[in-house]
Design a protein around this ligand. Structure first.
Ligand SMILES: [Ca+2]
Ligand SMILES: [Ca+2]
Ligand SMILES: [Ca+2]
Length: 200
C-alpha cells in the first residue's frame, strides 16, 4: 500500500514537472522574435555577381544593447577584396549619405568602420548620389576589422556587432539602413535602397 502511495506521488510530481516544462516552452514559442530579417533579390539581368538570382539576407538583432548584423550573400567566388557595406542613418535626418560617416556624441566624434572586407580588414564608406546614381565612396583609412567572414559553397556570411553609441540610436527606435555587396571578381556592387527597420 505504501509503495503505491509513493509511486502515485512520484508520478504526480513528474506530471507536474512535465506540464510546467511544456507550458514554459509554449510561452517561449509565443514570444515575438527579436531578430528582424530582410531578404533581397536581384535577377540575372540586373547583376553579374552570380549567373542566376543574387540573394542577400540581412538579419538585425539587438543583443545586450548591441546591434548584431548578419549579411548572407550567395556569391559564387571568393575574393579577398569582396566586401559588404552597412549604412545607417546615424545622424537621424531621414537620409543616408556622407553625413552619417561621423557622428558627434557629446564631445566625441565617432566614426564607423562599415565596409567589411572579406580579408578581415574594414574601412569607412558612405552612400553618395552621383549623376543620378547611388554609389559608395570610401575613405582611405583601413584597419583590422572586428567582423567575422565565412565563405562556403552557399556563399558569404558577414557578421558584426555595433554598440548603440556608434550607431546613435537604440533598440527602442526605428532606424533606416542600407546594405551593399561588392563582388571584386566582376567589379560590381549591388546596393539596397534604404529601408526602415522597426524597433523591437
Ligand atoms: Ca561572383
Ligand atoms: Ca566574389
Ligand atoms: Ca543621415
Amino acid at each position: 500500500m505504501m509503495n503505491r502511495k509513493v509511486m502515485f506521488c512520484v508520478l504526480s510530481i513528474l506530471l507536474c514537472v512535465s506540464l510546467t516544462v511544456n507550458l514554459y516552452l509554449f510561452y517561449l514559442s509565443q514570444l515575438p522574435a527579436t531578430a528582424k530579417i530582410f531578404n533581397f533579390h536581384w535577377n540575372v539581368e540586373y547583376q553579374n555577381v552570380v549567373d542566376g538570382t543574387l540573394c542577400m539576407n540581412v538579419t538585425f538583432e539587438w543583443i545586450n544593447g548591441n546591434l548584431s548584423v548578419v549579411v548572407e550573400v550567395n556569391d559564387d567566388d571568393y575574393h579577398s577584396g569582396d566586401s559588404v557595406g552597412l549604412f545607417f542613418d546615424r545622424n537621424r535626418d531621414g537620409t543616408i549619405d556622407h553625413k552619417d560617416m561621423r557622428v558627434k556624441i557629446g564631445n566625441r566624434t565617432v566614426p564607423l568602420e562599415n565596409i567589411l572586407i572579406a580579408d578581415g580588414m574594414a574601412t569607412q564608406g558612405a552612400l553618395i548620389s552621383h549623376r543620378g546614381k547611388t554609389e559608395i565612396t570610401r575613405v582611405i583609412s583601413t584597419r583590422n576589422g572586428r567582423h567575422v567572414v565565412t565563405y562556403s559553397a552557399t556563399g558569404y556570411v558577414f557578421q558584426i556587432s555595433y554598440t548603440s553609441s556608434e550607431l546613435n540610436f537604440t533598440e527602442y527606435e526605428d532606424f533606416v539602413a542600407s546594405v551593399a555587396f561588392s563582388d571584386y571578381d566582376v567589379c560590381e556592387t549591388v546596393i539596397v535602397t534604404p529601408f526602415l527597420c522597426p524597433a523591437t
